[in-house]
Ligand binder design. Sequence first.
Ligand code: SF4
Length: 599
Amino acid sequence: MAAAKTPLLSVRNLEVTAHLRRGDQNVLSNISFDLGAGEVLGVIGESGAGMTVLSRAIVNWLPAPLAVTRGEILFRGNNLLNMPEEDAAKLRGKEIAYIGSDPTTALDPTVPIGTHLTAKLMAVKPEMSKAEARQRIFDLFDAVRIPSPKARFNEFPFQFSGGMMQRVMIVDALSADPALLIADNITQPLDVTVAKQIVRLLNGLKEDFDTSIIFVSSSLPMAMDISQELLVLQQGKVLERATPQDLISNPQTDYTRRLIEQVPRIWEVDHTPPASVSQKPILSVQNASKTYHTKDPDKVFGTQAVQAVRGVSFDILEGENFGIVGESGCGKSTLSRLLSWIEAPDTGDIFFDGESISAMDAKGIKNLRRQFQLILQDPYTCLPAHKTITQIIGEPMVIHKLAAGKALKERVAEVMQEVGLPDDTGNKLPFQLSASQRQRVNIARAMVMKPRLLILDETLSSLDQLEQARLLELFDKLQKEHKFTYIFISHDLALVRRACSRIGVMYLGRMAEVAENEELFFEPRHPYSRAMLSAMPTLEKNRYDAATCLLDGEPPSPVNIPPGCSFRTRCPDAIDACGKVDPKVTLDGTTQVECHLFE
Ligand code: SF4
């Protein structure tokens, strides 16, 4: 009988304990699993499940007060925990590589990227000459598709975007040909399209380099994309291990079932449009642009122009729920400041009820502020800490001299009831409330004015999925009662799918597409809308194949936008004209699209 093959990594009964002043606390208990050469194991769970602690325990990088208190970590049969530190250190970085979730702080900001990478490579492979090490880094830059490798080699970490830095960290990890790569939540801080590109890249690299991977992720669809098997962790314990297909079709625990249920659905969701939408625009944005002048990091005294919003035009109809989506840096937040007139556009204008806002006098703007209300993302910092909830909710009425005394109290009590805040919340201070209750206070503070237009800027992003669903129901109910219009700005396509009747897709300061909900999700016109949908982490069969819809690359810098269509560098459908001429806004049915293919 042939001898059983020794796994590359074998974790046996691993226990990690936090030594706290109030006593010891188990963080990982009795973790055991094997990983063979060339295999990929996904580790999934909610935050706090112990996934990062497990990854760091394997590379002996646990911060105090955490320590391994029991068990074995066998790498090629040798226990890393008993090994002299000198021998274990030789394995780390050479045979075992680790990439964390925050690439931006991983390297010294004062040293060029190439210097970092060659120094590390020559340290683990002293037999390599400097020229060989440089060539190896250039080859790996090519493999992970970092454009212009020779130029980027000499750039500093701050000159790389988050997605590009994550690629640099992959180059750093792979440069020494490790047998095992631990990728600890590496896609978490990235936009969906970039996250999908990184997973696709790792999938290719595991074939090319025959590296075993432990892929830690709080996103089940991302982990399924790359892993042969999945390990489910809850509160530091392994609940089950299964292939992705078995895990989905036959989950063994309620916790796994909950993880599966939490994955957003895009195409299986029923979308109910709001009851009454008029064809009359309440807000009309016409050719609005905004440029900021910031310090140029490459010059001692110079400034640079950041083109945040570039000639955007669209209407928001009275009574509708209008969504604005796009990746970070696309100009959503700047547009929200223009829409709420916190800042005026440099060129173009915004019309409210057909009246130009830029032509309004101070009295007109004050009157406008009564009708517009903005609700921001962070429920912790947007409430004054020293005021009671009743005072906070009533404040706008006081500022606009709309009510005082008993009438004010009654209005505040009424609106608190409408948003589901218990009566006894009124005398509390913000710190006594949960994040969700604070967000309800923000909603009440906006609703107290009976606004005609609500602007929700990532308002639900900091809440868990259950609370997001509850607040969406609340907006639905309030909208039916009060017939207001709302603009829902979010990076989360699944939320926008559930909440909005029409959606605008932003890309690099432009409105690439404005379409009705069903049109956008089932018949997207713009290649960027398709790319974004193809990258959605979902368990449904994606209608758009990332292999054809999603190209590599990231948006150009808003400081240096090339001529022609700004999506050209990532567009699978680009034609000659795309590099020369800006696409115009074209109407295709009810869809507004900026793409040469529709002109
Ligand atoms: Fe792609 Fe050209 Fe359309 Fe831009 S204009 S989205 S590059 S096809």
